[in-house]
Design a protein around this ligand. Structure first.
Ligand code: GN1
Ligand code: MG
Length: 374
């Protein structure tokens, strides 16, 4: 992140079609993969932008990522314009890319980094930990609406930019290889975590099994539905779904599960004190209700039945991914201290235990909410 001086960043910002002179560039947000900066110019009303370096070690085909984003944002804007007639704040509802001066959607610098720019939405905020049912409900509506408005876009047009991204067999395979090579000698420290993971391997294949039976439609899904990827306005109304890098063909249970992973947890994703990893069940119901309000129009019965499998799977899969990175020497996720990936792993596994302990109650809630929208 600090590889770039303010002058270099200002120069990069000027590669894009921005209004005015760059006044300030500063680090922004809490993503684990890309580098994000806020750019302020003296353009009319003080224009604000987001400048991002796309991590091309993770996203190996950046052009395909950008094509997906353009296709999806264009489609969403067209859908908002027809569905909400007179909706004249399209660039507050949907991310807007600022093209590079050569009209490309991204800029490649002399060190082969990939850069892109979006309009920064003023007066919005995101939450790492959800505080109120109203926020949770708005998150559900936002991701439900996102899926609903994309339901009539041909999924065949969307590139699978990270193949098998949410395939648990693939993730467990990566973990197995990391254990076998034990590149940084950490395997002996994680025996307990490995056996917890092993014990649950089978049931975590539930979604893949339903899919193999042809029971789950492949839809265009977001695939990174952390709650902080919804921007809310100052009245906590959902404004815009962000972070569209992973929009790909997928199953709705994946988006539901990943959202619940961050919403139902009273603590942070990387909480150090495992006693604080507790469920906030009213937020679960509120999210589910907001989600169904939008999604009941297209969800099939099998999809509804798969949602709880996603809820159990996502903290588990996230733990598998954090643990793999820990065993490989922390190359994938940005870490902020030694053993950060191990701490993240433990917090996610604790969340799995809590979800298992409350599974019947959570299933009842999904059934009750689904019935409300029948
Ligand atoms: C990464 O970069 P960020 O924070 O949006 C990751 C997600 C994980 C998440 C865990 C491309 O997302 O899949 O769920 O960290 N993105 C990628 O916080 O791997
Ligand atoms: Mg992301």
């Amino acid at each position: 992140m600090n590889d770039f001086s303010p002058a270099q960043l200002a120069k990069l910002a000027n590669e894009f079609d921005i209004e005015g002179e760059v006044m300030d560039v500063s680090p922004f947000g809490s993503g684990h993969i890309n580098d994000t900066f806020r750019v302020i110019t003296d353009g009319s009303g003080g224009a604000r932008y987001l400048l991002q370096r796309v991590n091309h070690h993770v996203f190996k085909d950046v052009a395909a990522v950008m094509e997906n984003i353009q296709r999806v944002t264009n489609h969403l804007k067209a859908r908002y314009a027809t569905e909400f007639e007179g909706c004249n704040h399209l660039d507050r509802r949907v991310l807007t890319l600022i093209p590079a001066k050569d009209a490309e959607s991204y800029h490649r610098d002399e060190r082969s980094n990939f850069w892109r720019m979006f309009i920064l939405l003023d007066g919005t905020r995101s939450y790492d930990i959800v505080e109120t049912p109203q926020q949770a409900r708005e998150g559900g509506r936002a991701f439900g609406q996102f899926q609903r408005l994309l339901a009539d876009l041909d999924v065949g047009l969307i590139h699978e930019v990270l193949p098998d991204f949410h395939h648990i067999g693939n993730r467990l395979g990566q973990l197995g290889r990391a254990v076998d090579s034990d590149a940084v000698g950490r395997v002996r420290r994680v025996q307990e975590e490995l056996s917890f993971i092993k014990d649950r391997e089978r049931r975590m294949h539930a979604i893949l099994e339903l899919a193999a039976q042809g029971r789950l439609p492949v839809r265009i899904t977001h695939n990174d539905t952390k709650f902080n990827n919804v921007l809310l306005d100052d009245g906590d109304r959902a404004q815009c779904v962000i972070d569209l890098d992973t929009v790909m063909p997928g199953y709705v249970a994946y988006d539901f599960g990943d959202a619940i992973r961050t919403i139902i947890n009273r603590a942070a994703e990387d909480e150090a004190d495992l006693d604080n990893v507790q469920l906030n069940i009213p937020l679960f119901e509120a999210y589910a209700d907001g989600y169904f309000e939008e999604a009941h129009q297209f969800l099939t019965g099998d999809e509804v039945a798969s949602l709880m499998e996603g809820v159990l799977l996502f903290p588990y899969m996230q733990a598998v991914r954090f643990l793999t990175d820990f065993l490989e020497g922390d190359h994938y996720y940005k870490t902020h201290h030694a053993d950060h990936n191990l701490q993240r792993t433990r917090a996610q596994l604790k969340l799995v235990s809590e979800l298992e302990a409350h599974e019947p109650e959570l299933r009842d809630i999904v059934a009750r909410v689904a019935a409300r929208y029948q």
